[in-house]
Write a protein that binds this ligand. Sequence first.
Ligand code: NDP
Length: 486
Amino acid sequence: MTATATTFSSLDPRTGEVVGTYPVHDAAAVEAAVARAVEGARWWAELGFDGRARRLREWKKALVRGLDGLARTISDETGKPFDDARLELALAVEHLDWAARHAAKTLGRRRVRAGLLMANQAATLAYAPIGVVGVIGPWNYPAFTPMGSIAYALAAGNAVVFKPSELTPGVGMALADALAEIVEGRPVLQVVTGFGETGAALCRAPGVGMIAFTGSTATAKRVMAACAETLTPVLVECGGKDPLLVDADADLAAAADAAVWGGMSNSGQTCVGVERVYVHEAVADAFTAKVVAKAEALRPGAFGPMTLPAQVDVVRRHLADALARGGRAVVGGPASVRPPYVDPVVLVEVPEDSAAVTEETFGPLLVVNRVRDMDEAVERANAGGYGLGATVFAEKRGTEIAARLRCGMVSVNSVIAFAGIPALPFGGTGDSGFGRIHGEDGLRAFTRPQAVARQRWAPPIAVTTFRRSSRAVRALVAVTRLRHGR
Ligand code: NDP
């Protein structure tokens, strides 16, 4: 993030080397991009579901052909291991494929029952594109996360203007470049680069029909405030403080593996990463010993540095606060924080009101607290403002416990599985945001429902005309009494 006032550079967080230099798009440039997108949206919408699906499948193939190159850019801009970047892209491609294949069936016009009173009407419902969708994305999964909005918005018939994080502009550009040729250079997916002001300009640009934002809760509030000025609808995917619950009958080896992967992979910089564990006291010692062994075995290279330098301070603060309040480090400690890296830290006996339990840490720091039973685990899991994802490990009661959790997604006996299933909607509640990407809900999120009632014949009892008789209304009320009053 150096260079001049009109350009900035993305840096490799492992080395500080410049990965690429990009323009800082100001409000005028963003508005011009949105104006072009209005044209692009018209062309794209007219292609219809089949025409779009064909092109989206071509895009998918192009992304797969260029997968290793794009993974390299992801790895360079975020510092994450190359294989993690490849995994991210493989999942993103699955979503793109699903969105392209399911848009017509989910959104195309279909008949719905008109009901007895309106039997003379043919009722149909379709989900029409909004026009131009502004997508604002984060840096932690710079391909997978924004594609959850971009792929579904495009499949639904919208043009997209994408503002990637200032840390990962190269990934955003590469995604758009791969589509450009397939859509004959039409402005269907454009990227605007820059800092927060560029994102703010996108929220305010005339012609933007909707904003899909993924990022922190604090920024989400600013985005909503900007969008309130123009009554622009928003979809908000924010952070989380996801719990993992371990019941007494759980497969402890699998649960420990999931806790360590869910907590430490991508250096803990995962919105649906595991940040706190509630383990049944009957198995707490055995489970914790397994977590400790697995976390200690992690070697440099298993995950990268902290992508956002300032996040190191958050991890340091949460760790110090937890230790000061009586928490105990069973893996790592204050010396684990050695910027830009943070080595795995596992804490036990951390008070529930400490920052490491209530705030999003977004680092490889796992809190493991023991509970009396799963009722207490559920109660603690549901405390606090976030409600994004959760994980349950239990042999018998997994689904039952999952249903009691206040959050948008739960994986039972595996971790983060829901994110890889395109048919499942993804999103949270409370401080984690609202609205859904992925799945049928994720397609509908980028549309406006359009209801049409077509009269097939004149109604036998006409009540919506000044020519109606009192007898007609009496007949209607008699039918209502018969149907609903008994
Ligand atoms: P930020 O909120 O800092 O930034 C998100 C995006 O918003 C970036 O592109 C940023 O640009 C942009 N932005 C910043 N200020 C404004 C503004 N005033 N108006 C419009 N846009 C603005 O989040 P991070 O990038 O740091 O991402 C980490 C957060 O994202 C975590 O809290 C994480 O949990 C959450 N997240 C949620 C996911 C989900 O699906 N629920 C998935 C992944 C992450 P710039 O970078 O240039 O400042």
